[in-house]
Design a protein around this ligand. Sequence first.
Ligand SMILES: NC(=O)c1ccc[n+]([C@@H]2O[C@H](COP(=O)([O-])OP(=O)(O)OC[C@H]3O[C@@H](n4cnc5c(N)ncnc54)[C@H](O)[C@@H]3O)[C@@H](O)[C@H]2O)c1
Length: 250
Amino acid sequence: MALELENKIAIITGAGGGIGSATARRFAQEGASLILVDRDEGPLRAIADEIGGDARALDLRDETAIDALVDSVVADHGRIDVVVNIAGVFVGSEGRVEDSTRKTWDLTLDVNLRASTHLTARALPHLAASGSGAVVMTSSTQARAADEAWASYGVAKAGVEALTRYVATQYGPQGVRCNCVAPGVTATPRALERFPEDRATAVRNNTPLRRFGRPEELADAYLFLASARSSFITGQVLPVDGGMLVHLPS
Ligand SMILES: NC(=O)c1ccc[n+]([C@@H]2O[C@H](COP(=O)([O-])OP(=O)(O)OC[C@H]3O[C@@H](n4cnc5c(N)ncnc54)[C@H](O)[C@@H]3O)[C@@H](O)[C@H]2O)c1
């Protein structure tokens, strides 16, 4: 059977993290040539050693570093077919709106929204030249449903969903598709830190499938939206959340 991403040059950010590393593994199985990006060099090196791929350690808040990344990927690999923006931050200590600081808003917006915007913008001419360019963004259930805290995160992720529609609208005529995965609670080490057992139980009880997602299940959604399997889908947000947001409280 043909591989879904054979000969595709794909950049994945957050590749050292839970969902990012699972997605990198899945893309590698499907034949992609990967450029793996993360700020944390240790986990980045570990996934690159495991699956192969071109590891680039950088802080995505640095726009100059993003410019240099795109230039060097094109110089080294000849083109860019896919960009998957998974890197993200969540400031657990943020609190309610009145307690949220400028520092928290800046960090959350810079990593979750501005970095995705800038990397996508710089890659767009190359994605248009690819003939099958695809961008996949990452939002969250918190973009659509508010929580007791973490407004900056929800606002940043809602911005990512809007950005998805803008990129799809403006670059669809050049053959570039842009979609977004909206994970629900996914069992990555960093997410599990935020869910003490009482909160975890409450979330599971409010999820129709009664469990957290697995990073591999998210990886399949990124693969679908990056590959020709979704060739007539653009501007969409795909929730991968066990149905968390489809029902009334009960
Ligand atoms: N796990 C969940 O429950 C969940 C739910 C909803 C949305 N999400 C989103 O999914 C994505 C991945 O989540 P995860 O659980 O795998 O988190 P994670 O913390 O394991 O992975 C995020 C990665 O992004 C990297 N990163 C953070 N800031 C960076 C920066 N400035 N420059 C470069 N890299 C940076 C981190 O080093 C980390 O490897 C995030 O965007 C997150 O907001 C996760």
